[in-house]
Design a binder for this molecule. Structure first.
Ligand code: HMG
Ligand code: MG
Length: 305
């Protein structure tokens, strides 16, 4: 049997948070529906951060209330603090017992400067906020994912000590996160660096507890994913068409494009459960909604063919 890889879609969250235009709720739901129709089973769709910091996702409450439930599909929303968790839980209550399954995701940076710019807190203060998120979310029956951002380099501080990343990943897992995604926030990571970090981290964790979240800012995202596959990882984050970035990290534009990742995985014989034709349809829709060509190479090649 072909080995299975989970493609974790972040376009509606990481992609849209970085768009200058705010998409109306109906268009966000249309994009999510197209991604689900393509077979994606993990879709990060919203963010319960401050609407002042990220106005693009300020309607995440209404979005979660409206997400169509589906047995295989788990949505995810970012939750930085107790007010964010209260919003997610209220939206899930509104959606009712037959509503969607939505996991929470917490995020912290490996570098103090990026963390401060991103959430206005030190790393320790961020973990104090997580104490009010992770335990209560688990007690309420939610699942929680964790992110370590700037895991392969910081736009403000430069190189990041892999020991710090490993310690933060272990701290998130110890809190109860089911998985930690290592974020290459501005696409600085290169394959040897990823190999070294993963070999040290996987000596202490199971492969299914680790994912890679590569931005393709400097063109190394797929090479880094290949190293992750060889190390035994089976979850990779990507964004439809390559939408995305982090508004509090200069130069973070461009997540790894979902179509580029899926093209490589299918060609290598991995099973993803994703329909290529429908994925391209979702990419074409994403372009229409944001009103410009997206950077994903496989999408552009397919649309030009
Ligand atoms: P703060 O301003 O320091 O917060 O923001 P505060 O606790 O002092 O509160 C200030 C005001 O915000 C108060 O309202 C709070 O009620 C409100 P006021 O009294 O002034 O009217 N507030 C909230 N409102 C709604 N929902 C909330 C919430 N929390 C406080 N959850 C905060 C702190 C963390 C909220 C802010 O810094 C923030 O929202 N930052 C988010 C930045 C962000 O979303 N960045 C992008 C996501 S991370 C990413 O993209 C990286 C990733 O993709 C991985 C990778 O690539 O590496 C995950
Ligand atoms: Mg990101």
């Amino acid at each position: 049997m072909a080995p299975h890889v989970t493609v974790y879609e972040v376009g509606p969250r990481d992609g849209l948070q970085n768009e200058p235009a705010v998409l109306p709720l109906e268009e966000k739901l249309e994009l999510v529906a197209a991604l689900a129709a393509a077979g994606l089973q993990r879709i990060e769709a919203g963010s319960f951060v401050s609407p002042r910091w990220i106005p693009q996702l300020a309607d995440s409450d209404r979005l979660v209330e409206s997400l169509p439930p589906s047995p295989e599909l788990r949505y995810v929303a970012l939750v930085p603090n107790a007010p964010g968790l209260a919003r997610l839980r209220r939206a899930l209550d509104q959606a009712g017992a037959n509503g969607p399954a939505v996991d929470a995701a917490v995020f912290v940076s490996a570098s103090e400067t990026h963390n401060r710019k991103n959430v206005n807190k030190t790393i320790d203060e961020t973990f104090a906020a997580f104490d009010e998120v992770v335990g209560p979310a688990l007690a309420a029956g939610l699942r929680v994912r964790g992110y370590v951002s700037t895991a392969f380099g910081c736009p403000y501080e430069g190189p990041v000590d892999p020991g710090r990343v490993i310690a933060l990943a272990q701290r998130l897992l110890a809190l109860g996160c089911y998985q930690v995604s290592l974020g290459d926030t501005v696409g600085l990571g290169t394959p040897n660096q990823v190999r070294e970090l993963l070999s040290r981290l996987l000596a202490r964790t199971r492969p299914e507890q680790v994912a890679l979240h590569m931005h393709d800012t400097r063109g190394c995202a797929l090479a880094n994913v290949l190293v992750g596959l060889e190390a035994g990882l089976a979850t990779f984050d990507a964004s439809i068409g390559g939408l995305g970035g982090c508004p509090y990290a200069p130069g973070a534009s461009g997540n790894l494009a979902t179509e580029d990742l899926v093209h490589m995985l299918l060609g290598m014989g991995y099973e993803t459960g994703i329909s290529w034709e429908r994925l391209v349809d979702a990419g074409a829709l994403a372009q229409r909604l944001v009103g410009r060509a997206l950077p994903g190479k496989a999408l552009q090649a397919e649309l030009a063919a």
